[in-house]
Ligand binder design. Structure first.
Ligand code: ARG
Length: 478
């Protein structure tokens, strides 16, 4: 691995090969300890961020007079050489404990002992915190793109359901008629809140810890403002002790991820139910369904089941991190190395799951005849009570009247709408022939015309509101 012709001098202890800190130790690390100590299998994916942070740090050292201009140029060249090498050869069975140690060793191999100047005034504590934050900021951008795609797919589905009825459920019992669009939009609004949560997490991630050193700050005149601008951070950490241990932003991101899990899981549960033969409201496309190896007729809603299943780990990752952080004494503690697996797992899970669910929604169709067929006349019981209210009867009284009518219809084994006007008048004299108009889903939805309601106008307003938010989000990422 080591290119002797470049006079590399990794300056590593013979007692602890590949380590950045071996000199004060007499004996090598125990084999059982080596594996526990290693984070390279997890953090190797941060090599780009590590090199980016190192280039910025080299520039800062140049400005502070720690590196001469020609040393700076060599270090930057060397870091680019390291990047090229990792890009083409990977890590070639590197044995180091973490990605920072690998990059430093490779830099020494590229530029010789000059590479040993790069770590001046820097600790892996502020270095690794910086790399993970760089990763986190772009991960947030990507999750937002995925969520926007899912919201767009649901918005399209809502448009396809604008003129279709659906039973609205409470307690999973049929409650009142709604427009199918109103159901699809209800999920859009939940995911729009998730986009805001991700935005908050991104803001919390965008604080530069570099320049905090191991705990006490940096003894060289580093321009942290220039570092911040160079690395695309929004703010600079205010306290070095806090900065090396602050993982709150990861909690924010994992919490946002957990909430996305809740929302994906609830949407999925609806899709599983609604695509089943008992409901049949929605048909998922072949591309997002699977069959059974045994039962030839099966058409399973796997995209929804898997999305529901994946939410378990999204919740678990948040709990992992909160448990990791609770009870740590002030400053950097090695426990913090464990932050990355939970973070990466949430990001990977979202990268895989959100676009698949969006695809499932994009290709799903409502089944109008089943939606219309599911509108049981008991769904109009509230409308019937409201009919009497409009004739001046107090609601509490009308509620009782209609309750008795429902019982009567059930006893006779007929739909509520089949009760004769005469039978209704036996319960209250204010019933009249026009009561038949109540049993119509379009009328029932049209009268619910308040903001956020399910009338055509109110639903169109929601569609419009969502479109406006899409445009605003797109404009802000341009
Ligand atoms: N790999 C560690 C991490 O990811 C950084 C190493 C800090 N090590 C130390 N002994 N302070 O957090």
């Amino acid at each position: 691995m080591i290119d002797e012709t470049k006079g590399a001098d990794p300056q590593m202890s013979s007692e602890a090969p590949g380590s950045l800190w071996g000199a004060r130790f007499e004996s090598a690390m125990a084999p059982e300890m080596v594996e526990l100590n290693q984070s390279l299998p997890v953090d190797s994916c941060l090599w780009r961020e590590d090199i980016r942070g190192s280039e910025a740090w080299a520039q800062a050292l140049g400005r502070a007079g720690v590196l001469t201009q020609s040393e700076l140029a060599s270090v930057i060249d060397g870091l680019q050489g390291v990047a090229l090498r990792i890009e083409t050869e990977g890590f070639d069975q590197a044995q180091e404990e973490d990605i920072h140690s690998v990059v430093e060793r490779m830099l020494l191999e590229e530029v010789g002992s000059l590479g040993g100047k790069l770590h001046t005034g820097r600790s892996r504590n502020d270095q690794s915190a910086t790399g993970v934050r760089l990763f986190g900021m772009s991960a947030c951008d990507q999750v937002q793109d995925h969520l926007l795609g899912l919201c767009r797919a649901l918005h399209e589905l809502a448009r396809r359901g604008l003129h279709l009825p659906m039973p609205g459920y409470t307690h999973l019992q049929q409650a009142q008629p709604i427009r199918a669009a109103q159901w699809a939009l209800s999920h859009v609004f939940a995911f729009l809140r998730d986009i805001e949560r991700i935005e908050v997490a991104r803001g919390a991630a965008a604080v530069l810890p570099l320049g905090s050193g191991a705990i006490a700050g940096c003894p060289f005149p580093i321009d942290r403002k220039a570092l911040k601008d160079e690395l695309g951070f929004e703010r600079i950490s205010s306290n070095s002790v806090d900065a090396v241990a602050d993982r709150d932003w990861i909690c924010d991101l994992l919490y946002a991820g957990a909430m996305i899990g809740v929302h994906m899981s609830r949407l999925s549960e609806d899709l599983v139910l609604f695509s089943s033969s008992g409901f049949g409201f929605v048909r998922l496309s072949d591309e997002f369904s699977t069959g059974s190896s045994l039962m030839p007729q099966k058409r399973n809603p796997d995209v929804a089941e898997l999305a529901r299943g994946k939410s378990g780990r999204l919740h678990g990752n948040l709990v992992t991190l909160l448990t990791l952080l609770k009870g740590l004494p002030t400053g950097y503690n090695r426990d913090l190395q464990e932050d990355k697996e939970a973070l990466f797992d949430t990001c990977t899970t979202l990268d895989i799951t959100v676009p698949a669910l969006a695809g499932g929604i994009r290709t799903a169709e409502f089944v109008p005849e089943n939606l219309e067929g599911a509108i049981d006349t008991q769904l109009f019981a509230t409308d019937l009570a409201d009919y009497l209210v409009r004739k001046g009867v107090p609601f509490r009284e009308t509620h009782g009247v209609v309750g008795r009518l429902v019982r009567l219809a059930e006893g006779e084994g007929i739909p509520l709408s089949d009760l004769s006007v005469h039978a209704m008048q036996n319960e209250h004299e204010a019933f009249d022939d026009d009561v038949v108009e109540v049993f119509d889903w379009e009328r029932s939805t049209e009268v619910r015309d308040t903001i956020g309601g399910t009338s055509l106008r109110a639903v169109q307003e929601q569609l419009e509101e969502v479109s406006t938010q899409f445009s605003a989000m797109e404009a802000s990422t341009e």
